[in-house]
Write a protein that binds this ligand. Structure first.
Ligand code: BGC
Length: 737
């Protein structure tokens, strides 16, 4: 009797609380997000608020358990959903249900010059993230390709702010349709890996606004990204994860960003700056998980106990805290607690096919003398494949973007599968890179390799003499000092003696195709000897199948370079005029706005090895003359350019028609021309289409440092239409009145 009455009393007192929770606005997903945010905020204690602003594990931060508000779970990003790591350690948790589809690297996506591909990418990776119960995807990355030595260029979308801006928006929108926030990174000026943790970037406002910020701005204003990641480096001597100028003034001020600023892992250095300079969530501070602290090392984070102490002692008010928590609650209501959040899917055939489609559209045919490509397997008896990258797994390594892929089709496997019994395929390594231990495994050791480089090369060259065609598959890889986070490359050249090997292979067999698997430009001292060169990028799970479909002509290549391949390092503005990597404290971007083709265009004497926007097809295209719908426009008007493009070959193909604008006379120095439009058109053999581009004042403007605003100066402009930045087919002049 007694026990029963206690139970009754307990449930009666519990009832009003429960009922109250049921009515809570924050739990009602049909209510406007801002109402839910305010309702939840007023129910939270100071401790609960502070807890939300910093990590509780390597990749998660607390929710509010008492109120049923779930945790935030982040994942790398940006090429696939990273395998689960242990709560407090970087190596794998050993789950068996976390093998993802690896999508092509973002350089490959940018090389498609196709916004539909960016949307397909975002949709697919967003579904994978959602299925794995992540609500923040740490990607995409849009740092501008300033120097070919940056070890992390493969995670970004190339050298041009317009191209990166156009490609990033559909990626973000489609990811977020899954109730998963895209966390755009690394904001900003993270253009090198050497000294990344502290290097202070000195750049003028013009270059900042015209070159380095536009893709982030588009991500915020057009993509409506729900999260952004601060970068490790400094700007104006403040770390970018708590930077008054970048975060408060520009991102949250000028652009009105209402999402969360997440620190890069270990990018926070000071409690006061973290409170006041725009950071919302702190991750990865350098404590060694649970073993290095009192009861919980995360309590030591800058935004943990030190913040709570300041609040409790009244040294800071809760004004900034409430702003941070509002943003974090907004994130939760947009994702984990969103209305009708879909369920996602993981490791599917559909996602693998999406990855393959993107890879196929991104592969760039750089050179094809004598139409050696595509190869007809029926007319080819002996195929020799040479090179480590024909067999090396490229979804592993490179830093935080490393993946545990469900499978990865190597170039060799792709070629073998495509050729079947039609021809003999033989493989020779030709060269070898040093062995490295797999970074995700605890105590992993590099496997011993005994290598005689001369023998490897000689064996491959001898075999080449007997083959009908040689596919050399080399380039860079994901090892430290190559295409890898944490370090930069030491030179533009190919590593491991590949130049010598390629030169000897092509001498032994003139039917040699060089396939480069890289995320960066490389020097090609053998470019005149080798008839056909293909840039295949890091293409993920379906890499080998995608490559084979291009080599054997099932797919007509249509990728275009998202960055310039210079002949020498000195032909790049950052190296000619600017600095890399700086003096270890500061790095000066003296080249200003003259990045990539903007620098190459200025050079009268030297031409790039392969220009920005370059890429060939197995068919040919003829361009008509570009026309404008008016001779002059006012600042409120737009102007439309039209050009006819015809497929003059014998097979269907896609062409990326590019529009550049040139300012003929300006009060400030301007690039010779700048990309302001592109359109990928599919044309059947003999088919012709009219491609149009409409531009407004913003396409004519430059950023005036002195006025701190965009300015379009009246005067003469020219619209140039071409197939690459170095191959302009025609132009038309017009005036801004
Ligand atoms: C990288 C980020 C990454 C994070 C978490 C950092 O070292 O710079 O891009 O998202 O680690 O793995």
């Amino acid at each position: 009797m007694k026990l029963k009455s206690i139970l009754v009393t307990a449930s009666l007192t519990a009832l009003p609380l429960f009922a109250q929770q049921q009515k809570a606005v924050y739990l009602d997903a049909s209510k406007p997000i801002e109402e839910r945010v305010e309702d939840a905020l007023k129910r939270m204690t100071l401790e609960e608020k502070v807890a939300m602003t910093h990590a509780q594990s390597k990749f998660s931060s607390p929710g509010v358990p008492r109120l049923g508000i779930p945790e935030n779970w982040m994942t790398d990003g940006p090429h696939g959903i990273r395998a689960e790591v242990l709560w407090d350690e970087w190596y794998g948790a050993g789950w068996t249900n976390d093998s993802c589809i690896a999508f092509p690297a973002l350089t490959a996506l940018a090389a498609t010059w196709n916004m539909d591909m960016a949307a397909l990418y975002g949709k697919s990776i967003g579904e994978e993230a959602r299925y794995r119960n992540k609500n923040v995807l740490l990607g995409p990355g849009v740092n501008i390709y300033r120097t070919p030595l940056n070890g992390r260029n493969f995670e970004y979308m190339g050298e041009d702010p317009f191209l990166a801006s156009k490609m990033v928006v559909p990626y973000i929108r489609e990811v977020q349709k899954n109730g998963v926030a895209a966390c755009v990174k690394h904001y900003a000026l993270n253009n090198q890996e050497i000294y990344r943790g502290h290097i202070n970037v000195e750049v003028n406002d013009r270059a900042l606004y015209e070159i380095y910020l536009p893709a982030f701005k588009a991500a915020v204003e057009e993509g409506h990204a729900w999260a952004i990641m601060g970068s490790y480096n400094q700007y104006k001597n403040e770390h970018c994860c708590h930077n008054q100028y970048l975060l408060n003034d520009i991102l949250k001020g000028e652009w009105g960003f209402d999402g969360v600023v997440v620190s890069d892992w270990g990018g926070v250095h000071d409690t006061k700056q973290a409170i006041f300079n725009g950071l919302d969530m702190e991750f990865g501070s350098w404590t060694n998980g649970m073993t290095w602290g009192k009861s919980n090392a995360y309590d030591y984070y800058y935004l943990a106990d030190p913040y709570l102490d300041l609040l409790k002692s009244g040294k800071v008010t809760d004004k900034e805290l409430n702003d941070k928590v509002r943003r974090i609650l907004r994130l939760v209501f947009r994702t984990n607690m969103a209305k009708d959040r879909p369920y996602g899917s993981f490791g599917t055939d559909e996602h693998a096919l999406a990855g393959r489609t993107i890879a196929q559209e991104g592969i760039v045919l750089l050179q094809n003398r004598g139409n050696l490509l595509p190869v007809d397997p029926a007319k080819t008896k002996r195929i020799l494949v040479v090179g480590e990258n024909a067999v090396k797994r490229m979804t592993i390594g490179g830093g935080s973007s490393s993946l545990k892929a469900k499978y990865e089709v190597s170039p060799l496997a792709g070629i073998e599968a495509r050729v079947g019994s039609a021809a003999d395929v033989m493989y020779m390594p030709g060269y070898a890179s040093p062995a490295v231990a797999e970074q995700d495994k605890k105590g992993a050791k590099a496997e011993e390799k005994v290598i005689d480089p001369d023998k490897l090369r000689a064996d491959a060259v001898n075999a080449a003499k007997e083959a009908d065609v040689v596919f050399f598959v080399g380039g860079l890889n994901k090892n430290d000092g190559q295409d890898c986070e944490g370090n930069d490359r030491s030179s533009l050249g190919l590593p491991y003696g590949q130049d010598k090997l390629i030169a000897e292979l092509v001498k032994a067999n003139p039917n040699t195709v060089v396939v480069l698997v890289t995320g960066n430009a490389v020097a090609m001292p053998w470019v005149k000897e080798v008839p056909s060169i293909v840039e295949a990028w890091y293409s993920g799970t379906e890499a080998g199948n995608a490559l084979a479909s291009v080599l054997f002509g099932d797919v007509n290549p249509s990728g275009k370079l998202p960055f310039t391949f210079p002949v020498r390092l000195e032909d790049n503005g950052a190296h000619a005029l600017g600095e890399h990597p700086g003096d270890s404290i500061n790095v000066k971007y003296n080249e200003g706005i003259f990045v990539g083709y903007r620098w190459a265009d200025k050079q009268k004497k030297s031409k790039p090895l392969f220009a920005f926007g370059h890429g060939l097809s197995y068919t040919t295209f003829a361009y008509g003359k570009v026309t404008a719908d008016k001779k002059a426009m006012t600042a409120d008007e737009s102007v439309t350019f039209s050009v006819t493009v015809k497929n003059t070959g014998t097979r269907e193909g896609q062409e990326v028609v590019q529009l550049y604008i040139s300012d003929k006379k300006s009060s400030l120095p301007r690039p010779v021309k700048e990309l302001k439009g592109f359109s990928k058109v599919k044309l059947a053999a003999g088919e012709e289409k009219v491609v149009t581009f409409t531009i407004a004042k913003d396409a004519l403007s430059f950023f005036d440092d002195a006025k701190h605003q965009w300015v379009a100066e009246p005067g003469r402009f020219e619209a140039l239409v071409g197939t690459s930045s170095a191959d302009i087919k025609s132009s038309v002049a017009f005036d801004l009145k």
